[in-house]
Design a protein around this ligand. Structure first.
Ligand SMILES: Nc1ncnc2c1ncn2[C@@H]1O[C@H](COP(=O)(O)OP(=O)(O)OP(=O)(O)O)[C@@H](O)[C@H]1O
Length: 600
C-alpha cells in the first residue's frame, strides 16, 4: 500500500453520506437490467482475484524448487511458464474486469440521468419553485458521478478485496498456521494507523482546497472591482486582505505537508518493519527446518495483499454511504409525481377547436404562498376570436390566469374550461396544444434559428417558417443572419435585440397554429421603430385568434375588444379604453401612470 493512494483527493463535490446503505438498492436494480454484463464482470472479478492469489503460490514453487543448485532445468521452465500463464490470465482478466465494471458504471449513470430528466419533464412549475434548477442540475452531474464511482470502482474494489482478503488468509493458514495467527494481530496494527493518518491528511487537503478557492474569490472580486478599488485608493488594504488569505492558505498547506511527512515515516516504518519482523520469524523457522524459503516469500507477498485489501476495505464503507446518499437524492427526483396528471380517461377537446376560454368563480392560491389569494372568485369568459386585454397593478393575478389556462395548476375553487371542457378532466398536453404563449422574454435555446422558431411545431417546413417570420416582422433580420436559418442562436450565438427576440417569440406562436393566444407583452421599452414592428406583428397574430393579453402598450389596449382591470385576484373594472378612462377608477389611475404622455 502506498501513501500516495491513501492521500488521494476526494471527488470534487461529495454528496452527503446516507445513514444506511438502503438507497443503493436502486443502483442494484439499475445494474440488474444488464444481467449478461453483471455475470461477465463477476467472472472477471473472480478470475483476477484468484490469479492474484496464485502469484505467491507460483513464486513459492520457483524459489523452493528452482532456486537451488542442481535444480531440474525442465521443471524450472514449466514453473516459470505456469507463472507467466497466471500473469497473462491476470492481465486479460483485469482488462475485462475494468471494461465490464466501468461499462456498468457508465450505463447505470446514463440510464439514471435519462430517467430523472424524463420525470423532470413531467413535473409542473410548482415543483421547480421549491427545487432550484441549479440544485437539480448538480444532482444530475455530481450525484451521478458519485454513483458512477460506486458502481464502476467501489463495488468492484470491495468484492475484489473481500475475495483477496479471505482467499489470502485461507492460503496463509494453509501455509503456516502459527505465523498467520501472529499476522492476524500484526496486520491491523500496521493498517490501522495508516488508515487513520490517511483520513487526517485527506481532511486537511480538503480544507486546503477550500482555502485556495477562497483566494480565487478574492482575486475575482478585486479584479472585477478594480476601478472602485483604485478610485477609493484601497490598493494597500486589498493587498493586506489578500496577503492574510495567502498566508492562511500556506499555513494550512504546511499542516498537510507535516502530516504527510509524518505519515510517510509511519507507513515506511510499519510496512517494512512488519515485513522485517515477519521474515525474521520466518528465518528462524527456515533455520529450524520447519518452513521453506519459498513459503516465507509466499507469506510475505500474500500478507502484503491481505493488508492492502484490508486497507482498501476500510475506505469502501464510507464511499458506499456517500453513494447511498447520492442514490437517495436521485431517487427523490425519480419518484416525484406531478400534481397535475392526465385523468385516466381524459375528455377530448372538441375538433375543430372554437377557442373559447372560460374562468368561473376561480379561487387559487400558490402552494408556496397559501396565505395569498392569487385569484379570488374570478370569472371571465373570452369568446372565440375576441381580444381581451388584462391590466392591473403588479401582483394582481394576471400571469396566474395564464398558468391556469394552460393547466400548470388546478384551481382550488371554481372551474376553467376550454371550448366547454373542464380542464381538470382533459389531458394537459391537449390543453396546451390549444394555446400559443408569447412570454415577456423570448427564451432562446442553444440551437439554430430554425429550431428556435419551430419549437412548438417540428413539422413546419422552411416555407412555413419564412411565412411565420413575415407575419412576425422577423423576416428582415432573419435573412440578415450570417447563416440564415442555420445560424446558431442562444447565449452568445447571435446577438439579438429585445425587439428581435420578441418577434421570434411571435413567429414561434404563429407556427404553433393554436386557436388561443396567451400574450404577455414585454414591459421593457423598445425604440419607436422596433415598437412599431412588434405591434404590427402582434396585430396580425391576434387576428382570428382568441387572445388574452396582459397589456402594457396603449396600442394593444385600444385594439382590444374588452379591457378587464384586475386587482387582488379579481376583476374590479371592465370596459373599453374610453369608458374606463372616463370612469376615473383604477384603470384611469394606471393609465395615467403607465401611458402618461402617450394617452393624450
Ligand atoms: N410562483 C409563485 N409562488 C407563490 N406566489 C406567487 C407565485 N407567482 C405569483 N405569486 C403571487 O400571486 C399573486 C398574483 O401574482 P401574478 O404573478 O399573477 O401577478 P401579476 O398581476 O401577473 O403581476 P406582474 O404584473 O408583476 O407580473 C401575487 O401576490 C404574487 O406574489
Amino acid at each position: 500500500m502506498d501513501e500516495e493512494t491513501l492521500a488521494q483527493e476526494p471527488i470534487a463535490e461529495p454528496a452527503p453520506r446516507a445513514r444506511t446503505l438502503g438507497p443503493l438498492r436502486m443502483i442494484w436494480r439499475e445494474a440488474m437490467k444488464y444481467p449478461g454484463r453483471m455475470v461477465a464482470a463477476c467472472v472477471a472479478l473472480l478470475v483476477t482475484s484468484a490469479s492474484t492469489l496464485a502469484i505467491p503460490a507460483g513464486f513459492k514453487l520457483i524459489i523452493d524448487k528452482g532456486f537451488a543448485q542442481g535444480a531440474d532445468v525442465d521443471a524450472l521452465g514449466r514453473w516459470f511458464q505456469y507463472l507467466l500463464l497466471i500473469v497473462v490470465v491476470l492481465a486479460i482478466g483485469t482488462a475485462c474486469r475494468f471494461y465490464f465494471v466501468s461499462w456498468l458504471g457508465e450505463r447505470v449513470v446514463a440510464d439514471i440521468r435519462l430517467r430523472v430528466q424524463a420525470n423532470l419533464l413531467r413535473l409542473p412549475p410548482s415543483f421547480f419553485e421549491s427545487n432550484s434548477p441549479k440544485e437539480i442540475s448538480s444532482r444530475m452531474t455530481s450525484d451521478t458521478a458519485v454513483i458512477e464511482q460506486v458502481v464502476g470502482t467501489t463495488v468492484s474494489v470491495a468484492l475484489r478485496n473481500v475475495i483477496t482478503a479471505v482467499g489470502g488468509l485461507a492460503y496463509l493458514f494453509f501455509l503456516a498456521p502459527k505465523l498467520t495467527a501472529i499476522l492476524m494481530v500484526g496486520i491491523p496494527l500496521v493498517v490501522g494507523p495508516i488508515v487513520f493518518f490517511g483520513r487526517r491528511v485527506r481532511n486537511v487537503s480538503r480544507s486546503s482546497q477550500d482555502r485556495v478557492a477562497g483566494i480565487g474569490v478574492i482575486v475575482a472580486e478585486v479584479l472585477g472591482a478594480m476601478k472602485i478599488v483604485q478610485a477609493f485608493g484601497q490598493e494597500t488594504r486589498e493587498m493586506a486582505r489578500f496577503g492574510e488569505r495567502v498566508e492562511a492558505t500556506f499555513q494550512t498547506a504546511l499542516r498537510r505537508i507535516s502530516l504527510r511527512a509524518v505519515m510517510t515515516a509511519i507507513v515506511i516504518f510499519l510496512v517494512f518493519g512488519g515485513i522485517t519482523m515477519l521474515v525474521w520469524e520466518g528465518a528462524l523457522g527456515v533455520a529450524s527446518g520447519a518452513i521453506s524459503g519459498g513459503t516465507i516469500f509466499a507469506i510475505v507477498i500474500t500478507a502484503g495483499l491481505v493488508a492492502g485489501a484490508a486497507g482498501a476495505l476500510s475506505e469502501v464503507y464510507g464511499d458506499l454511504l456517500r453513494g447511498a446518499g447520492a442514490a437517495g437524492r436521485l431517487n427523490e427526483l425519480l419518484r416525484e409525481e406531478p400534481d397535475i396528471a392526465p385523468p385516466v380517461r381524459p375528455t377530448a377537446l372538441p375538433v375543430p377547436p372554437r377557442g373559447q376560454i372560460a374562468f368561473q368563480n376561480v379561487v387559487f392560491r400558490y402552494p408556496s404562498r397559501p396565505e395569498v389569494l392569487a385569484l379570488n372568485d374570478f370569472s371571465l369568459t373570452v369568446e372565440p376570436g375576441e381580444t381581451v386585454a388584462i391590466v392591473g397593478p403588479s401582483g394582481a393575478g394576471k400571469s396566474t390566469l395564464f398558468l391556469l389556462a394552460q393547466r400548470f395548476y388546478d384551481p382550488h375553487g371554481g372551474t376553467v374550461r376550454i371550448d366547454g371542457v373542464l380542464l381538470t378532466s382533459a389531458d394537459p398536453a391537449e390543453i396546451r396544444a390549444r394555446s400559443a404563449l408569447v412570454p415577456q422574454d423570448a427564451t432562446l435555446f442553444a440551437a439554430s434559428a430554425r429550431d428556435n422558431l419551430r419549437y412548438g411545431n417540428w413539422s413546419a417546413s422552411d416555407e412555413d417558417i419564412w411565412e411565420a417570420a413575415r407575419t412576425a416582422n422577423a423576416e428582415g433580420f432573419l435573412r440578415d443572419l450570417p447563416e440564415g436559418l442555420d445560424t446558431f442562436l442562444g447565449e452568445d450565438g447571435a446577438r439579438l435585440s429585445g425587439g428581435q427576440r420578441q418577434r421570434i417569440a411571435i413567429a414561434r406562436a404563429v407556427l404553433r397554429k393554436a386557436p388561443i393566444l396567451l400574450l404577455d407583452e414585454a414591459t421593457s421599452a423598445l425604440d419607436a421603430e422596433s415598437e412599431r414592428l412588434v405591434q404590427e406583428a402582434l396585430d396580425r397574430l391576434m387576428k382570428e385568434r382568441t387572445t388574452l393579453v396582459i397589456a402594457h402598450r396603449l396600442a394593444t389596449i385600444r385594439a382590444a375588444d374588452r379591457i378587464i382591470v384586475m386587482d387582488g385576484g379579481r376583476i374590479v373594472e371592465q370596459g373599453t379604453h374610453a369608458s374606463l378612462s372616463a370612469a376615473d377608477g383604477l384603470y384611469a389611475r394606471l393609465a395615467k401612470l403607465q401611458f402618461e404622455g402617450i394617452v393624450a
